[in-house]
Design a protein around this ligand. Sequence first.
Ligand code: GDP
Ligand code: MG
Length: 282
Amino acid sequence: MHINWFPGHMKKTKELIKENLKLVDVVVELLDARIPISSKNPEIDGLIGNKTKVVVLNKFDLSDPKILDEWIKYYHDKGICAIPINSLTGEGINRLIHELKLSFQDKLDKMLSKGMKPRAARVMIVGIPNVGKSSLINKLAGKKSAKTGNKPGVTRGKQWIKIKKDLDLFDTPGILWPKIDDLETGLKLAFTGAIKDEILDIDEIAFKLVDFLNENYKEELFERFKLTGEYESSLEIMEEIARNRGCLVSGNMVDYTKVSRLILDEFRKGIIGRVTLEKPIE
Ligand SMILES: Nc1nc2c(ncn2[C@@H]2O[C@H](COP(=O)(O)OP(=O)(O)O)[C@@H](O)[C@H]2O)c(=O)[nH]1
Ligand SMILES: [Mg+2]
């Protein structure tokens, strides 16, 4: 699989995030609840240094509830607060706001004891492309809608959005890239739509996804696509799905690209079921 990924302005972006972080009290590390490892940029912790961090497991509505609990416990055991959020409906947002204020309290107390004036906690969201940064900012900001630059390096119009009396949000999220150092990571990012399909072989991705689902979420897979037979391979499963859904070309041949798109689309929308692709490593 060929992944052409790293644009030249990555270094500049990192510098910019570092600059912006100087203004910030609390960092929200936004992760995809289905792939908390693969959607993490490994350099973020270095950039954050000893600032307070809250982990948000976004798109939890698409993730496996059982494994979500395992992840929350995993972070809890490491002393990190992890909050499941649905940035489309706003579920979990109030808890996040509460937690953000709470995590600023220590710093605020110190400031007050030094005779400084109290001020609102300043928060910045950081995450990989497509993890839901803009959606979360919009949900948090409500009608005070944000100018949310999707391009790394966008500084113009930089401003603080007042979320609550004592909570300010930086309107420009920090965009960092995932680290794709093996095929597995690349595939998980592709399954979830974090990587654009154009730079990957869609048939291969869908095939690998069916492989994974057949292994780990067989019931959901079979139920959704009305599979009833015994299948020798994931390829046979894909062909059956293609026949069931009319993804065929002349002569009743399977249209692999069409069925691949269909499977990936339904997976990403959560129609196949709530699926998590990686568990915490003990
Ligand atoms: N199901 C679901 N989809 C989400 C959630 N948050 C964001 N999305 C979708 O994920 C895609 C990327 O979101 P966006 O906010 O543009 O991500 P950004 O690139 O990090 O700013 C969009 O299609 C959103 O509708 C969520 O919590 N649940
Ligand atoms: Mg965005």
